[in-house]
Design a binder for this molecule. Sequence first.
Ligand code: S3P
Length: 172
Amino acid sequence: MGRDRVVLVGMMGSGKSTVAALLGRETGWPVRELDDDVEARLGKTVARVFAEDGEPSFRHAESVALAEALDASPVVVSTGGGVVEDADNRRAIARAGALVVWLDAGDETLLERVGSSDARPLLADDAPSSLRRLREGREAWYREVADVRIDTAGRTPEVVARLVLEALEDRR
Ligand code: S3P
C-alpha cells in the first residue's frame, strides 16, 4: 500500500522533476512537485520567498507541502533538494512507507544542469562551492531516507524513470 507512493530526493539538478513527470505519465499517478505547491500556497516564486520572507518561511511551507503530498496514495512526490535537512520531514518520509529514490549525479553534472538558473537562490553566490557544501551536509540524509540510489549522470530521464519503475516492481 505504501508502495503506491514514490518519493524522489536528491540535489538540485539531479533530475527529480523531469523523472517525476515521466513516472506520472507511466503510472497514471498524480505528481506532487513540492516547489510548485509552495509557490501556489505562498503566491510567489521560490526565489521571491527566499528573498522576501527568508529561508525558514520556505522550509516551513515545504514541510506542510510534504505532509500533504504524503497523505495521498497513489502519488509521485518530487521534493526540493533541501527537504531532508529537517528531521521531521525525514520521519514523515520514512513513515509513508514509500519507495524513496535518491537521484544523484556528480557536482559537475549538477552544475551543468542548473548552472545558469537564477531560480535557485541557494546557488546564487559561487555555485560550485555552495553545491559542494550543501552536498556534504546532505549526503548522509539522502542515504538515510532512500531505499535506492540511482546515478543519473549519462542516463536519459527515460532510462532513469525505467529504473525507478523496476525498483517499484521489485518491492511491491
Ligand atoms: C533547494 C532546492 C530547490 C528549491 C529551493 C531549495 C535546496 O529545489 O526547493 O531552491 O535547498 O536544495 P530543486 O531541488 O527541485 O532544485
